[in-house]
Ligand binder design. Structure first.
Ligand code: NAD
Ligand code: UDP
Length: 317
């Protein structure tokens, strides 16, 4: 059945891919975005589609719309962007959650929260299952994001218990793919852009910290499966359990690009988690979801995207 679906943060990296998939399915999509890290170019191909609307809107302000579903993605995701205005970041998570939950309560819309693996902090349990409560600094430079997302989860479950709001909560692990910004600051885009431009590859710390990288198409499929599943609120981890050190990632990128860039070591940012890998047992059993795209294939697609965007030769040797 055709639904009217609001995506906050829909002009961003993940939101714009979600927008594509929902419009393909014949739904009506409203994107509300303040364009802080989002781009009109990410959604420009839908302008003129009668099923698509864009509203320049800040989620810290309430919005009055009639909708059937809400995906709440509004929040800068890369550390340099969310630390640029830390107070605004925590307001976005907390007030944004209150505003979308209020809207969901009034319209009886199902509402989805893009939570994050950051709620596990620097985890002492590995891999991380949803039952793990996390190890998070309340006063560090990452706290505006981590604690904001934790409060948002709390608000979602309180509105669910107290007001019967129909919630879905996903904990997203590091995701990459086309439409990331070249200056995004996250590791996959940084390494690819540096390799393509022949600039030094910046390894923070000793590069032995690990992350698990999910290709965007797999992630969006997981979002939509959760939204279509009844009687399951989450929280559920969605991510790819393949675990790599930053040195391994740099090596793969350099080899694929054929780049002569050198590795340089920079100070490790404070509170940088040492390891991260999702336990996806719950997503497999409750949603029948698991990722399909291995890192190597996802990197090929992402490198091809950046090479075109930046007009760099690829492969270079
Ligand atoms: P992104 O920065 O590309 O997208 C965020 C979008 O939200 C942008 O379009 C931005 O303009 C918009 N936005 C920011 N503040 C806003 C505000 N106050 N009002 C309205 N719009 C606002 O990042 P992304 O990677 O697409 O992330 C989307 C969501 O997924 C975020 O909530 C992020 O925390 C979450 N997430 C992403 C990842 C990942 O690896 N990509 C991992 C964990 C969680
Ligand atoms: N990182 C790095 N070089 C960069 C950018 C990031 O070595 O140019 C490291 C960063 O310190 C972290 C990992 O890569 O250990 C992932 O960083 P990202 O910002 O992508 O995501 P997050 O730390 O939020 O998982």
């Amino acid at each position: 059945m055709k639904k009217r679906i609001l995506i906050t943060g829909g002009a961003g990296f993940l939101g714009s891919h979600l927008c594509d998939r929902l419009l393909e399915q014949g739904h009506e999509v409203i994107v509300a975005d303040n364009l802080f890290t989002g781009r009109k170019s990410n959604i420009a191909h839908h302008l003129g589609n009668p099923n698509f609307e864009f509203i320049r809107h800040d989620v810290t302000d309430p919005i009055r719309l009639e909708v059937d579903q809400i995906y709440n993605l509004a929040c800068p995701a890369s550390p340099p962007h969310y630390q640029y205005n830390a107070i605004k970041t925590i307001k976005t998570s907390v007030m944004g959650a209150i505003n979308v939950l209020g809207l969901a309560k009034r319209t009886k819309a199902r509402v989805f929260q893009a939570s994050t693996s950051e709620i596990y902090g620097d985890p002492e349990v590995h891999p991380q299952p949803e039952s793990y409560w996390g190890n998070v600094n309340t006063i560090g430079v990452r706290s505006c994001y981590d604690e904001g997302k934790r409060v948002a989860e709390t608000l979602f479950f309180d509105y669910h218990r107290q007001n019967g709001v129909d919630i879905r909560v996903v904990r997203i692990f590091n995701t990459y793919g086309p439409r990331m910004l070249p200056n995004d600051g996250r590791v996959v885009s940084n390494f690819i852009v540096q390799a393509l431009r022949g600039e030094d590859i910046t390894i923070y710390g000793d590069g032995k910290q690990t992350r698990s990288f999910c290709y965007v198409d797999d992630l969006i499929a997981g979002f939509m499966k959760l939204m279509e599943t009844d009687n399951f609120t989450g929280p559920v981890n969605i991510g790819n359990p393949g675990e790599f050190t930053m040195l391994e990632l740099a090596e793969q990128v350099l080899k694929k690009v054929g780049s002569k860039s050198k590795l340089v070591f920079r100070a490790l940012p404070s509170d940088d988690p040492k390891q991260r890998k999702p336990d996806i047992t719950l997503a497999k059993t409750r949603l029948g979801w698991e990722p399909k795209v291995p890192l190597s294939d996802g990197l090929d697609k992402t490198i091809a995207y950046f090479a075109k965007l930046l007009d760099c030769p690829y492969p270079q040797s």
